[in-house]
Design a protein around this ligand. Structure first.
Ligand SMILES: [Zn+2]
Length: 254
């Protein structure tokens, strides 16, 4: 097995009432929007792709809907996906894969930066994105993910490079075809949970977002937790503590 390098990047912040993220109710919280760079000898893969560049001044319609629910996002020019990649000396044009945990705008939004990448998505998720009812219920606006990339649809578990270094694991519930990844890298063994669980506290409290399928989320989270070996680090979807003083992964800083 070729051992990849793994980096974490923070592409903006999500602001929201605490209860929406399973955090302290009645407070307004700001959480990081991470994406991950997997530098493998056979190519560069991203897990998720952050927010779109210029999000805060270009998509008024979406922001209006978000703000109506008490949420918002912020993104500075030095936190965008392309800027992070260049800091790692990676030309965005040579990113080979983007594994999408799911199609939400804070995970798929930066795809316009990596036009040559092949998207690797669970079939159920992609189909939900094109299903009027599901797309509405689960907030999957097509303009963030349907940009003409080559798309590889997978059903269930998938070994991205065929060598066991990066394996994908369905973890539906947050959205219909959500997936997580296990990455065995020079940094150790990590499970990139995505929004199957927003933060460490939610792994206990099981307070999930209103729109989600809670029974499915419970099953998925149980399955992910059962995959842990001693030493496996769970990297939660939007966990403030994992990106503060001692980041959970080598962090490419703005
Ligand atoms: Zn998210």
């Amino acid at each position: 097995m070729a051992i990849p390098k793994l980096f974490g990047c923070v592409c903006g912040q999500f602001h929201s009432p605490g209860e929406a993220l399973g955090m302290t109710p009645g407070t307004q919280v700001a959480v990081p929007i991470p994406f991950y760079v997997i530098d493998h000898p056979d190519g560069v893969a991203l897990f998720d792709c952050g927010l779109p560049n210029g999000m805060t001044d270009r998509d008024e319609a979406y922001l209006t809907r978000l703000r109506a629910g008490g949420s918002d996002v912020t993104l500075t020019d030095d936190e965008t996906v392309d800027v992070h990649l260049r800091r790692l000396d990676i030309d965005p044009d040579r990113v080979r894969y983007v594994v999408l945990s799911h199609l939400h705008f804070d995970h798929a939004g930066g795809l316009h930066n990596v036009p040559n990448a092949r998207l690797v998505v669970q079939r159920r998720e992609w189909e939900a994105g094109f299903d009027r009812e599901l797309a509405h219920r689960y907030f999957l606006p097509r303009r963030y993910f349907d940009l003409g990339h080559q798309v590889q649809l997978v059903d269930g578990e998938h070994d991205l490079f065929g060598d066991g270094a990066v394996t994908l694991h369905p973890s539906p519930g947050h959205t219909p075809g959500h997936q997580s990844a296990r990455v065995r890298s020079t940094e150790g063994d990590h499970i990139l949970v995505g929004d199957a669980c927003y933060n460490c506290g939610v792994a206990e409290s099981r307070i999930f977002p209103e729109f989600a399928d809670h029974a499915a989320m419970n099953r998925s989270l149980d399955a992910l937790l059962a995959m842990r070996d001693p030493g496996t680090v769970m990297v939660w979807g939007h966990d403030v503590d994992q990106w503060r003083d001692k980041p959970v992964l080598p962090r490419v800083r703005a």
